[in-house]
Design a protein around this ligand. Structure first.
Ligand SMILES: [Zn+2]
Length: 439
């Protein structure tokens, strides 16, 4: 009512406003932008924003090039699509307070993002882009370089007694505990090389300090961004119990990127699992037909032992992965594998009927069956599964399920991801006269 804010002579923005009957100062565009660049210089490598900033649209890791997509191109494609969706939810999405406000919500609610990708997967660019948003939204983040080896050194120094230890403790607090967004790049399991030349996981000497640092962060509910060459299962608890607990919890979302070779291994394992299941189910049907209805057939003996569960598993498997592409190494592809008809023993037929009913209802039981099938598929690839925790297997199984699903669903998700990426690559600073700003 008649209140005229003071304005900045340079940008014309109001420098004051009325709040609850009192005149308070606010930052004009020039001040906001200056602060933004100071924060950016503190947290993001120059190569990522000078002279020409790299953005999400520059995220083109070699594993995603079509020529290198390997035997399982739809998996490679879907893992990228899922990665974009995850980044969008964690950092960029508008959650009601303007573009990119998702990161504000993530740090306020103590959400974390774990990005696993092999060399050349663009993990550095992903974290630079997120830190960029942090600077824009005035969220404090771990200053450069945020590198895991340096973090470990500083943790160890903070164990020292006397003045040096006290100084190191203060530094650790400032860089890792008090920031709203903790960023650690290149996390790796702690290991030593044994006399035999084998690498053995060991507990890091500063793992107690990491435990208490993370406990402190859990109380203040800041966010965490971790990037790694390793899966969580490899890092395990070599860095303390708390890190594993945090990563395995629902507070942490995953971006998992497999190399082309890893995706090939996965396909080979899943295709051969599918083939084995199909052969087994076919054998169950054939037995009864051969032996006649009176005699106790081998499948019925199996059923008494509860092995008809394998049929159930096969049914869920086929629903979870309707279209596993042929593995060009072994030529495995068994078409629609389950046609449970009259030739099967009664217990199998009733298992089939129960499955069909549960699929109709799509209730908790059915969802659990699909989840278990996804995990079992990934578990069949022992080289990969041995590096993962169950949550990672679920996530990879989810991507696998999408990649072995209907083509139009894949196309739809990819189109959405393309739109998200375009929005992620929006202008770095507010254009003069624009209306978008972190307030
Ligand atoms: Zn100004």
């Amino acid at each position: 009512m008649g209140y005229e804010p003071r304005r900045c002579p340079i940008c014309g923005d109001p420098k004051t406003e009325m709040k609850e009957g009192r005149e308070v100062f606010k930052r004009c565009y020039c001040e906001w932008e200056k602060g933004f660049h100071v924060r950016l210089a503190r947290t993001v490598f120059k190569t990522y924003y000078e002279p020409k900033m790299k953005r999400m649209s520059d995220w083109k890791p070699p594993i995603y090039f079509p020529a290198k997509a390997g035997l399982f191109p739809s998996f490679i494609r879907m893992q990228k699509v899922v990665a974009v969706h995850r980044l969008w939810d964690y950092c960029y999405k508008d959650v009601g307070v303007g573009t990119w406000s998702a990161l504000l919500r993530s740090v306020d609610e103590g959400r974390n993002l774990f990005v696993r990708g092999p060399k050349g997967s663009g993990r550095g660019l992903i974290s630079a882009c997120i830190k960029f948003v942090a600077a824009k939204m005035d969220i404090s983040a771990t200053p450069l370089p945020g590198d895991f080896d340096l973090f470990k050194n500083e943790i160890l120094e903070s164990k020292a007694l006397g003045r040096e230890g006290a100084e190191a403790k203060a530094l650790v607090s400032e860089k890792y505990a008090d920031v709203r967004l903790l960023v650690l790049e290149g996390c790796r399991a702690e290991s030593i090389i044994k006399f035999s030349g084998e690498e053995t996981p060991v507990k890091f000497r500063g793992s107690n300090e990491i435990d208490s640092l993370l406990a402190r962060r859990q109380m203040t509910r800041g966010g965490m961004l971790l990037t790694s060459d390793d899966f969580i299962g490899q890092v395990s608890n070599t860095m303390g119990d708390r890190l594993l607990e945090v990563l395995a919890s629902d507070d942490t979302r995953l971006v998992l990127m497999l190399s082309v070779d890893e995706a090939n291994d996965l396909l080979a394992a899943v295709a051969s699992k599918q083939k084995a299941m199909a052969e087994w189910v076919a054998a169950m049907g054939a037995f009864k037909a051969e032996k006649g209805p009176e005699r106790k057939t081998a499948p019925e003996k199996m059923s008494e032992k509860g092995e008809f569960r394998m049929v159930e598993e096969a049914l869920f498997f086929e629903d979870a992965f309707p279209n596993i592409p042929s593995d060009t190494l072994t030529g495995n592809r068994v078409g629609v594998m389950l046609d449970v008809g009259d030739g099967f023993p009664p217990c199998i037929l009733s298992t089939y009927a129960a499955f069909k009913e549960s699929r109709e209802r799509k209730g908790a039981e059915y969802k659990e069956g699909i989840r278990a099938a996804r995990v079992a598929a990934v578990r069949s690839c022992k080289s990969l599964a041995s590096m993962m925790i169950e949550k990672e297997m679920e996530e990879v199984g989810r991507i696998l399920s999408l990649a072995a699903g209907p083509q139009d669903r894949m196309d739809e998700l990819a189109r959405e991801a393309t739109r998200m990426r375009a929005a992620m690559s929006a202008a770095p600073t507010r254009e003069k006269g624009g209306n978008e700003r972190a307030s």
